[in-house]
Design a protein. Structure first.
Length: 157
């Protein structure tokens, strides 16, 4: 006589790693953090800390509806806001040095871009990963360009 085992797959739930949630939910929280970092990115220094604090709070608040644990939401919101604030403040600072008083329009355009990122991220969650990848690419390329410029100036000495 063969033993019949009950089918346990019917009652099984999806596997979650420490309540992190799906990649779509993670992208939503990260995108909100990036948008906050872009909004506060026109200033340097302590504004990065402020962007991180606001990103942390927004990550905790968005974590519930996004089905992400509040700890993961806080970390992702903080990470997105700080990275975006550092990169965007570097770009704005460089543009302000070149343009002088015309950097006010750049701040307005950055605010519009941040609102666009937030709105698109709410609808298409994975868009925030593209924005984050673009910000990382921008930071790396600006760093390489600065190193080449510095190496060229050393040769002139």
């Amino acid at each position: 006589m063969a033993t019949v085992w009950p089918n346990r797959r019917d009652s099984a739930k999806g596997v979650r790693f420490l309540g992190v949630g799906s990649l779509s939910d993670i992208s939503l929280v990260l995108g909100i953090g990036v948008a906050i970092g872009m909004l506060t990115g026109s200033a340097r220094g302590r504004m990065t800390l402020l962007a991180g604090a606001i990103g942390l709070l927004a990550g905790v608040l968005v974590a519930g509806p996004a089905d992400v644990s509040w700890v993961a939401g806080a970390i992702l919101g903080l990470l997105g806001a700080v990275v975006a604030c550092i990169v965007v403040s570097d770009v704005v600072h460089g543009a302000g040095r070149r343009e002088g008083s015309g950097a006010g329009a750049l701040g307005f355009m950055l605010s519009l871009a941040a609102l666009f990122v937030a709105a698109i991220t709410i609808v298409f969650h994975f868009f925030s990963l593209l924005v984050l990848a673009g910000l990382v690419w921008l930071a790396v390329s600006r760093r390489r360009r600065a190193q080449r410029k510095h190496a060229g100036l050393r040769v002139l000495k």
